[in-house]
Design a protein around this ligand. Structure first.
Ligand SMILES: [Ca+2]
Ligand SMILES: [Ca+2]
Ligand SMILES: [Ca+2]
Length: 404
């Protein structure tokens, strides 16, 4: 998909070559591309990671036997959000007060496809929490990864001490064995703050990537050498391809690629209506969770060190009310809690989603306005404040969000 886009752009450039010098593709209209300031060697790693992100796996290269989709990019087209047709399903159930991911019955994720000769998995009847997740965009994640835990905690307000009705909390996640903390991580009883995924279930980009290879594509790595199993199949099959099915070098290249993908570039920032919308966005309380500014500290990759950036998230969990409670959870989050999603790139979502908006964790909102109206729980007050704005002010807020 990304390749097609580039070919189209190149074709357009050549068409207009007659009279004028070719213009560079509008950098603020595409998500794919490296952050400024990479060295030549780092750029090569970025390109290798970009290619691996687009690799389509087959049964011969280890796909499955049970899987969801056969490439990273099919779910994250052009590094943007996914379409409902590539959504994935996770499940589990409550066992006493604890949430059980039913690992012995194929949890936490459904592999709804299988390679020839195998039966796709189905959801166990005893599952009570079944949820659908649409792929988020994967841009700017290296910056989000490198914010210090202490900065995130400074924005948390578990007991709502300031009485504004908003009580963001971190989601604490037990790290996998291969996890190595960065300088920005602080342990809390052996657990770390989750940052990636709708419920912030992954601490860092390596954990997210290893999980995606395994659960989304049935690809083993040195970090996790077991393919998902379909517990309904009589003989538990073993993949015919030698493990690991993806090399550690490739996994690391993909992680580097994800961490150095540039954040989306804003458009129409000087438009008067966009600026009014930005002010309203703050006035009606949206910035309590969609925090405009975060910063990184020191970092081994110079291009990620000491950067101030504008993702519009606090990376914390918020209770979004019964309407968005999916009965499913990860880490220390409750079933109605969700990580505030970054809003950068929001206006470019339809480019990746086939021309339409599919917003919120499962894509149920068909427009920005609908996504706002569906905010409940801690965000109910802000949503109400939005709904009583004049039509013109609503339009300004939406224009601002489209400019991100
Ligand atoms: Ca496999
Ligand atoms: Ca499964
Ligand atoms: Ca508060």
């Amino acid at each position: 998909m990304k390749k097609i886009l580039w070919y189209t752009l190149v074709a357009l450039i050549f068409q207009s070559c007659d009279e004028i010098m070719p213009k560079a593709p509008a950098e603020n209209e595409v998500l794919d591309g490296p952050i400024d300031g990479l060295s030549a060697a780092q750029t090569r790693t970025f390109i290798a990671g970009d290619e691996a992100f687009a690799e389509v796996f087959t049964p011969d290269t280890g796909l499955g036997p049970y899987f969801v989709i056969s490439s990273c990019i099919a779910c994250h087209p052009g590094d943007g959000k996914g379409h409902p047709s590539s959504a994935l399903v996770r499940f589990g159930r409550f066992d006493g007060g604890n949430f059980d991911h039913m690992l012995g019955m194929g949890g936490p994720q459904l592999q709804n496809r299988a390679i020839p000769g195998f039966e796709p998995e189905s959801i166990p009847v005893s599952a009570t929490g079944i949820t659908t997740f649409l792929a988020p965009a994967v841009t700017g994640l290296g910056l989000l990864e490198a914010v210090s835990d202490s900065d995130l905690l400074a924005n948390a307000d578990p007991d709502d001490a300031d009485g504004d009705g908003i009580s963001g909390v971190p989601n604490y996640i037990t790290p996998p064995e291969f996890f190595t903390p960065g300088s920005y991580h602080t342990a809390n009883n052996g657990r770390y703050i989750g940052r990636f995924g709708k419920k912030a279930g992954a601490i860092d980009l390596l954990m997210q990537t290893v999980g995606a290879y395994k659960q989304d594509m049935g690809i083993t790595s040195e970090f996790d050498s077991e393919d998902p199993i379909n517990y309904n199949e009589a003989d538990i099959p073993i993949s015919q391809v030698d493990d690991p099915e993806v090399s550690t070098a490739t996994v690391n290249q993909v992680v580097f690629y994800l961490s150095t993908l540039k954040p989306p570039v804003r458009r129409n920032q000087n438009d008067n209506q966009v600026q009014q919308g930005e002010m309203l966005f703050e006035q009606i309380g949206c910035t309590s969770c969609h925090l405009p500014t975060l910063r990184t500290g020191d970092h081994a990759v110079e291009a990620l060190a000491n950067k101030v950036f504008h993702p519009y998230t606090d990376l914390l969990m918020h209770d979004m009310g019964p309407g968005l409670d999916d009965g499913y959870t990860e880490g220390t989050a409750t079933t109605s809690e969700w990580k505030t999603p970054a809003l950068w790139g929001l206006g470019l979502s339809p480019d990746a989603q086939g021309g339409n908006y599919f917003l919120l964790h499962d894509g149920r909102a068909g427009s920005i306005e609908e996504a706002i109206i569906l905010h409940g729980g801690e965000a109910e007050q802000a949503a109400t404040q939005f709904s009583v704005l004049s039509n013109q002010d609503k339009e300004f807020v939406i224009k601002f969000l489209e400019s991100l």
